[in-house]
Design a protein around this ligand. Structure first.
Ligand SMILES: *Cc1c(COP(=O)(O)O)cnc(C)c1O
Length: 374
């Protein structure tokens, strides 16, 4: 139950074992065409969608180097580890980065962002949709409203752990590049990064001077005209993607969001019933991953070890300064009610063993009450 890599459905695992095909042959073109079109549906976009063999972070780098030049003044909004990383990538390529950080556990305040934008002229803004390290989801519609007052400014979004799990209508919100990754809500093993490219991003790309070779929108787009890629595509991943996208679209994207909302609120209700403190601001708690403070007197390390060895549940720890403070339960992608019941039960039993006493059945009862609601 870590927030990525997430579990992979058996149908997808089977597809991953498909024998290789000629990536320059007709079977391949049909494959690329289908997955690209279906990606547009989950992104709710008419913009180009590109798929690169890569970790999610490669997708973030790809976004930066294709639309920016060294010296460009940009605003990086950070609410945790991944917001910091996006800023660091832009710095590494010579952007003049103004970082606007918010307290970990909180979402970005649109009013503070608006002030910052009013006082400076930025070429682009970088923002995280769902901050996996803290379990906080930014209010993207509210931020989009602020960004729209600056029609020349590019908006680059890290939605690696958000897309598909949480609503993010790319075109409606006017986002120029939205990055996603395979191993979160796409229900795939790690190894693919996804990016949308708006018309405005294409315009910026024409004059963007950051160095790039592999990560090149132009090369990719030219190949995509023939449903091809400039370099060898990650065939097993694409076989898996074809199946996972069909599963997501069969369920219906709105139903997928609703499932995540329900699972998220079940985990939060359960944690509260156990007397645990939620780390994220309740107004912006993520429905993809829940961060929970470890009770006083219990070590995160011992707790996670016990979860694994006694209950066969893998939870994530905190990252960086939150290492000894929180643990995180992922509930995104191929995750259902049974996983939540098993997960919260294991949390309760492990904490009891470690001396944090919770009346038996508390966690499951609270989760079940939420799961029973419409
Ligand atoms: C997982 C994640 C990343 C990094 O993905 P990698 O595949 O590890 O590079 C970046 N941003 C967010 C929000 C994530 O959840």
């Amino acid at each position: 139950m870590i927030p990525g890599p997430t579990p992979v459905p058996p149908e997808v695992l089977q597809a991953l074992a498909t024998p290789m095909i000629n990536h320059r042959g007709p079977e391949y073109q049909a494959l690329q065409h289908e997955v690209t079109e279906n990606c547009k549906k989950v992104y709710q976009t008419e913009n180009d969608v590109m798929i690169f063999p890569s970790a999610g972070t490669g997708g973030l780098e790809c976004a930066v180097v294709n639309v920016l030049s060294p010296g460009d003044k940009i605003l990086a909004i950070s609410i945790g580890v991944f917001g910091d990383r996006f800023a660091t990538i832009a710095e590494a390529f010579g952007a003049d980065v103004d970082k606007l950080s918010f307290e970990w556990g909180k979402a970005a305040d649109p009013a503070v962002v608006a002030e910052k934008l009013a006082a400076n002229k930025y070429k682009a803004v970088l923002v995280t949709h769902n901050e996996t390290s803290t379990g906080v989801t930014n209010d993207m519609p509210a931020l989009a409203k602020v960004f729209k007052q600056y029609p020349d400014m590019l908006v680059l979004v890290d939605s690696i752990s958000g897309l598909i799990a949480l609503p993010l209508p790319t075109d409606e919100l006017g986002f120029d590049v939205v990055v996603a990754g395979a191993q979160k809500a796409f229900m795939l093993p790690p190894g693919l990064a996804f990016l949308t490219v708006s018309k405005k991003a294409w315009e910026a790309h024409k004059t963007a001077k950051m160095p790039r070779f592999y990560w090149d929108f132009t090369k990719m787009a030219k190949s995509m005209e023939k449903d091809q890629t400039p370099f060898t595509p990650a065939l097993p991943q694409l076989f898996g993607l074809r199946v996972s996208l069909r599963m997501i679209l069969d369920e219906g994207i709105e139903n997928v969001y609703a499932r995540h909302r329900k699972l998220g609120s079940a985990v939060r209700a359960s944690a509260k019933a156990m007397g645990l403190e939620l780390f994220a601001d309740p107004a912006h708690a993520s429905n993809a991953v829940t961060s929970i403070r470890i009770p006083a007197g219990v070590s995160v390390k011992d707790f996670r070890n016990l979860l694994l060895t006694e209950y066969n549940v893998v939870a994530a720890g905190g990252q960086q300064k939150l290492k000894d403070e929180i643990f995180r339960i992922g509930h995104l992608g191929y995750c259902g009610e049974a996983d939540i019941i098993a997960g919260v039960s294991a949390v309760e039993r492990a904490l009891n063993k470690l001396g944090f006493k919770i009346p038996g059945g508390t966690a499951v009862k609270a989760a079940q009450e939420v799961l029973e609601t419409k």
